[in-house]
Write a protein that binds this ligand. Structure first.
Ligand code: AMP
Length: 287
């Protein structure tokens, strides 16, 4: 595996591959790699000639500086995982390389998509996400971009961004990889207390449980209220939001018939760790 820190070196390597007609898949991450990230890289390797993984803990997307300081950094372990996956190129840039002084990022209009849920509770977060993904795509110029369904609002926003850019890069969304007990894999899970780790699978249980409730004719408002009550009953858990929304616009819906693509998204504080999860309730790529 090639490990490159310089934008120029990476671009020279990738330009040569492109000239040979090779297709490039790209999986941007913030490191502390787990099987969720691995699933992106495996898919990118299957569907392209070259897989580029980026590890960059993007400071501009952390609305809370304590969260940035506490974000796990496991460079040595990450490199071993990537070598084990036969990843082709690891781009491991510095903050100055990603954000040179003369960098210009266009302004995109996402309507309400970046205002709700994560956008409401993490002000500025998506500005940072859009900034970094725009810049990384500009550097790598991938044929396909691999992102996880785990960050539902994030990939929805990036899809909008690619459309507005009229980009030739195709977004590929990969299903959520979970622990055997249902907890969605996240780099933040290692920071859970043993008790909160034990209780955390309740989040996905509750989200999946909504399927039965809604298929049996239960109302959306009642479903949301019921799920929030269940989460609040867990010691040390504090739901920030739980919303059943249209999967394209991320706007609330009143009944299941209002959309052919419905998803429930939540963010829950488990002690000092913020966990997000979602389940597609109707349509989309995955149940
Ligand atoms: P992160 O390092 O958390 O920024 O995540 C990098 C990419 O991996 C994003 O596209 C995430 O959506 C994706 N990802 C993170 N966790 C998972 C998971 N459990 N399953 C699938 N994809 C994931």
């Amino acid at each position: 595996m090639l490990l490159l820190k310089s934008v120029e070196e990476l671009q020279i390597v990738l330009q040569k591959k492109r000239q040979k007609g090779l297709k490039i898949g790209f999986a941007p991450t913030m490191g502390a790699l787990h099987q969720g990230h691995a699933s992106l890289i495996k898919k990118a390797k299957l569907e392209n000639d070259i897989c580029v993984c980026c590890i960059f803990v993007n400071p501009t997307q952390f609305n809370d500086s304590k969260d940035l300081d506490k974000y796990p950094r496991t460079e040595g372990k990450d490199i071993k995982i990537l070598v084990g996956l036969d990843n082709d190129v690891l781009f491991y840039p510095t903050v100055d390389a990603v954000y040179p002084k003369d960098l210009h990022i266009p302004i995109f209009d996402f309507g309400q998509v970046d205002k709700v849920m994560e956008g409401k509770f993490r002000p500025g977060h998506f500005d940072g996400v859009v900034e970094v993904v725009y810049r990384l795509i500009d550097i790598v110029q991938p044929d396909r971009l691999y992102m996880g369904q785990k960050d539902f609002q994030q990939f929805t926003l990036i899809q909008h961004m690619l459309q507005q850019m009229q980009s030739s890069t195709k977004l590929v969304v990969c299903p959520i990889i979970r622990e055997v007990d249902g907890l969605a894999l996240s780099s933040r899970n290692v920071r859970l207390t043993p008790e909160n780790r034990q209780n955390a699978p309740i989040i996905s249980e509750i989200l999946h449980g909504l399927n039965d409730w809604l298929t049996n004719g239960g109302s959306i408002k009642e479903a949301e209220a019921k799920a929030i009550t269940q989460l609040n009953e867990m010691p040390d858990f504090r739901p920030e939001y739980l919303e059943i929304v249209d999967g394209y616009t991320l706007q609330p819906i009143e009944q299941m018939e209002d959309s052919d693509y419905v998803v429930v998204c939540t963010a829950v504080w488990a002690g000092g760790v913020r966990l997000i999860d979602n389940v597609i309730l109707k349509g989309g790529q995955q149940k």
